[in-house]
Design a protein around this ligand. Structure first.
Ligand code: GAL
Length: 349
């Protein structure tokens, strides 16, 4: 009988920990190793505050993941100076960073690129736009290099900012902004290849054409070598990754904060020819990217063929309360992508 009661207690315990979601859970950081990722649910950091790292990307460095993102202000307003589209804005609160060993439990490391509160002409003034920060590590200079989309309050500046730090959790020092290759630059990502070469991938020419630009060895500037891709196709929100020698770009269409259909393309080299393959999403709301927009695809360290597709589920009238959708990326035998909707999934499986 004792054995039976003990077995029941064990079973109950196992059931309780298995049911504890990572996102949406009430637990303050104590996340069970069996926990689920719950796409679109509120996701709290280890202090119990909602994670505020939008349009983000993740760097894996020496056993730790660092999630960088837009730290959004807590009130959203409509910018009447941009009548042509629904320009909802929040104050740009710099770039936040969270760290994790297991991709489930995230510790707030602080604002690693701080806003400039005094100079309204600074790219980092809260009244301006700061979006989609991405960080890569430069082995040669031993610096962490961040690129981000900076813009004027009306999105007319269309430039890319660069910041540098000696350690992953900052503080990053802002180096200024440019229009890379003398062209507009808005939605963007970085990709660092296995040979150490790095690329800045950005929506240019009024968001109509996606540029892939080789960076200098220190990753601080464009080399001048770049390609124009998906010409006049208006692709935004690029996320790049590599698998088995092939390069993949996941992107969204161009409809502001509103969702649209994702698309991916494949190439044999970053500056080569990209072949459009279609929508990689499947299941509920796949034609609207599950109401999300791509921001990054993360290879899971030490796990074969395991990638996470990260999307933002924008809440345009309350931007700070935008959520995160993380889903596993699966591959068919023909190396095609399938990102299937799941209500919840176990990252350890
Ligand atoms: C989206 C873009 C976001 C943000 C938004 C503003 O298309 O991907 O990063 O710029 O527009 O409406």
């Amino acid at each position: 009988m004792k054995k039976f009661i003990f077995a029941c207690i064990l079973l109950l315990h196992a059931f309780c920990s298995f049911s504890q979601p990572v996102a949406g859970g009430k637990s303050k950081g104590k996340v069970d190793s069996q926990s689920f990722i719950v796409p679109g649910a509120e996701w709290k950091d280890t202090d119990g505050n909602p994670i505020n790292a939008h349009g983000g990307g993740i760097l894996y460095h020496k056993g730790t993941y660092y999630w960088y993102g837009e730290h959004k202000g807590d009130s959203t307003y409509w910018n009447p100076k941009v009548p042509s589209w629904e320009c909802y804005r929040t104050e740009a609160g710099g770039v936040s960073c969270y760290s994790s060993k297991d991709l489930k439990s995230w510790k707030f490391e602080g604002i690693v690129l701080k806003p400039n509160l005094t100079d309204s002409l600074s790219d980092l003034h809260p009244s301006n736009v700061l979006e989609r920060p991405k960080v890569i590590y430069n082995e040669k200079t031993k610096k962490f290099v961040m690129w981000l989309h900076v813009d004027s309050h009306d999105y007319a500046k269309a430039a890319a900012g660069v910041a540098v730090s000696d350690s992953p959790a900052g503080e990053f020092k802002y180096q200024g902004s440019i229009r890379p290759n003398n062209a507009m630059s808005r939605d963007m990502t970085l990709f660092k290849d296995e040979d150490g070469k790095a690329y800045h991938v950005y929506s240019s020419e009024h968001n109509k054409t996606l540029y892939i630009s080789l960076l200098t060895d220190d990753y601080l500037q464009p080399t001048g070598t770049f390609t124009r891709n998906f010409i006049d196709k208006s692709r935004e929100a690029p996320a790049v990754f590599k698998r088995k020698g092939k390069y993949y770009i996941l992107s969204s269409g161009c409809t502001g904060w509103d969702p649209n259909q994702a698309e991916y393309a494949v190439a044999d080299s970053m500056l080569g020819q990209w072949t459009v393959k279609g929508n990689p999403c499947s299941g509920k709301d796949a034609e609207f990217t599950f109401y999300g927009q791509s921001t990054h695809v993360l290879p899971i360290a030490g796990k074969r063929d395991a990638y996470i597709a990260m999307f933002d589920k924008w809440n345009k009238k309350d931007l700070i309360n935008s959520r995160y959708i993380w889903l596993p990326v699966k591959f068919t035998d023909n190396a095609e992508l399938d990102i299937a909707w799941q209500e919840k999934w176990n990252i350890d499986n």
